[in-house]
Design a protein around this ligand. Structure first.
Ligand SMILES: *[C@@H]1O[C@H](CO)[C@@H](O)[C@H](O)[C@H]1NC(C)=O
Ligand SMILES: *[C@@H]1O[C@H](CO)[C@@H](O)[C@H](O)[C@H]1NC(C)=O
Ligand SMILES: *[C@@H]1O[C@H](CO)[C@@H](O)[C@H](O)[C@H]1NC(C)=O
Ligand SMILES: *[C@@H]1O[C@H](CO)[C@@H](O)[C@H](O)[C@H]1NC(C)=O
Ligand SMILES: *[C@@H]1O[C@H](CO)[C@@H](O)[C@H](O)[C@H]1NC(C)=O
Ligand SMILES: *[C@@H]1O[C@H](CO)[C@@H](O)[C@H](O)[C@H]1NC(C)=O
Length: 485
């Protein structure tokens, strides 16, 4: 720390502390969960890296989580090793912006704007004042000025769909980690949120669950506007109750929930093939194989819901056969991660090696690891030229023999996958004629909040960073140790 301090930019925060902000992770890393991640303009952005387990961070010598909050960027226009800390470029996020982990990070279709939605306070809970945006060219942060705002939720499933200028969030809940107005109960969100990432407009859509946590949501560009596929997740026994009193039923992995965006309809589709071990806190991402006109939803890692065990296996659900296949595993277990695909490579980001909130969650080299889907192996060098994704020949033959599920959930779902379709006629054209039919008209919720009870944010102008004194003191008692990340 001392010998390198000349490389560090000094920054004065508060009265007592002089914190050296880091410019990259070349002095090491241990663990962080759970990041927000997004690729825009060939940059992989990560947020939620608010210190504490970065050995070189100024606060590591104290028993407090760092007060620094960083935006991390990886340049995807060149080759680099994901294990080398100097490629993880860090910039401080303005301290006025709520420090949150487990956020969704979405981008607009033109890559000009990132949206940060949801998340939980690491130690102190901050006022819930809505969605924050980051302008990638100007490098400026702003609180979204909107007449409707979604309440802050955590542990939902979410996906960015820049192709249709939208992002979606389903499930999750409000708790005392998301809102100053909540005691010890969890309040589950009943619907799904759609954010138009061009206009910032919000809509509340249907969900097939009364409430759900975790799981994964992916976007597949078929049909008029594309479909969302939800898998995994746990359904709570009640949707508003003190955390300890809620029982959870993990969803069966023999079904996925499919949402046709154009018609606003959900379908409960059976899957076949490999039996996937039930899991939670995994990540999922979609790759397209042109030669078979199929989409593969890769599921990486996760953990057993009822125990501390983390998993290392990799599977993929092929669409439209809705059949599961096994791929080669990760080198070691990882749960509570996010993933992003670039070409045929998948970045696995953040997470833990076991389901603990302390040092037993384990350390790993750098925030991202890399899985090459063609060689089905962990690799260390990212290469932007590796875009030639294809599925194994055995999978391809299997898809040719039976391209569709033996039973469709509904003829309307079947009709989204015309026989003999090629990728050129199943891929969505642009621009779209957007006419989703099952949404709550925006007029009905103007001035309100989406997703549950009105929270504590107050007006956007007045409440940034402000907290109730009582709550602050209360939360101080429960500040977890340094290892809770
Ligand atoms: C946005 O970034 C992605 C890659 O990250 C790129 O494929 C796409 O073309 C970009 N869009 C625009 C409008 O620049
Ligand atoms: C939590 O809030 C208190 C009071 O504002 C502050 O002193 C402390 O640094 C905060 N803790 C963190 C980790 O931000
Ligand atoms: C927050 O909620 C959890 C249960 O969900 C409870 O154990 C904890 O005491 C609550 N903390 C505060 C400060 O209310
Ligand atoms: C988002 O807004 C843009 C601009 O008004 C519009 O063209 C697009 O259809 C909208 N997308 C969705 C999914 O509402
Ligand atoms: C999907 O169908 C199965 C079998 O009927 C059922 O057990 C499950 O609850 C359904 N899921 C949803 C979300 O409707
Ligand atoms: C699809 O292709 C097969 C084989 O080429 C052909 O027999 C069948 O009639 C085609 N189906 C449709 C709906 O075009």
């Amino acid at each position: 720390m001392t010998k390198l301090s000349s490389l560090l930019l000094p920054l004065f925060i508060g009265v007592h502390s002089i914190i050296a902000a880091l410019v990259d992770l070349s002095e090491g890393f241990c663990r962080s969960y759970k990041f927000g991640s997004n690729i825009a303009n060939n940059v992989l952005y990560l947020n939620g890296l608010d210190g504490g387990l970065i050995p070189a961070d100024g606060d590591a010598s104290t028993n407090l989580a760092s007060i620094d909050d960083y935006l991390v960027q990886l340049d995807l226009t060149r080759k680099f090793s994901v294990d080398v800390g100097s490629y993880y470029r860090m910039s401080l996020i303005d301290p006025a912006i709520p420090k949150l982990k487990d956020q969704a990070l979405w981008s607009s279709q033109d890559n000009s704007t990132l949206y940060c939605y949801g998340g939980r306070g690491v130690s102190n809970t901050s006022a819930d004042n809505g969605i924050w945006t980051y302008k990638t060219a100007e490098k400026t942060w702003q609180l979204q000025q909107a007449s409707v705002r979604p309440v802050r939720l955590v542990k939902g499933a979410y996906v960015n769909a820049p192709r249709i200028q939208s992002a979606y969030w389903i499930g999750g809940y409000q708790s005392n980690d998301t809102s100053l107005a909540i005691g010890s109960e969890l309040i589950f969100a009943k619907g799904m949120i759609q954010l138009n990432t061009t206009t910032g407009e919000l809509k509340e859509l249907d969900s097939p669950f009364p409430g759900v946590q975790q799981g994964a949501l992916v976007y597949v560009p078929v049909g008029e506007l594309g479909i969302l596929v939800f898998m995994g997740g746990e359904v709570p026994s009640v949707t508003s109750e003190v955390g300890a009193k809620i029982n959870y039923t993990p969803n069966s992995w023999n079904y996925v929930q499919v949402y046709d965006i154009a018609s606003g309809k959900w379908f409960n589709q059976t899957t076949s093939g490999l039996a996937i071990e039930q899991r939670t806190e995994f990540c999922a991402v979609v790759l397209h194989d042109e030669s078979s006109s199929s989409y593969q939803i890769y599921v990486l890692g996760g953990g057993t819901f009822s125990s501390t065990k983390a998993l290392s296996d990799v599977s993929y659900l092929s669409i439209p056969s809705f059949k599961w296949y096994q791929a080669a595993s990760l080198d070691e277990p990882r749960m509570t991660l996010t993933c992003e695909a670039y070409g045929r490579q998948i970045f696995g980001i953040g997470g833990r090696k076991a389901r603990y909130d302390d040092a037993r969650a384990g350390c790993y080299t750098m925030p991202a690891f890399l899985y090459d889907t063609k060689v089905e192996s962990i690799v260390t060098t990212f290469d932007p030229a590796l875009v030639d994704y294809s599925i194994p020949s055995a999978t391809k033959k299997d898809i040719e023999d039976s391209p569709f599920p033996s039973t469709w959930a509904d003829p309307d779902l079947e009709s989204l996958f015309p026989p003999n379709a090629t990728s050129s006629n199943t891929l969505l054209p642009t621009p779209f004629n957007y006419n989703s039919k099952n949404e709550i008209p925006v007029g009905a919720i103007v001035g309100g909040v989406i997703g549950g009870v009105a929270a504590d944010g107050g007006t956007p102008e007045s409440s940034v960073g402000q907290q109730s004194k009582d709550r602050k003191d209360l939360k101080m008692v429960t500040i977890p140790n340094l290892n809770f990340q």
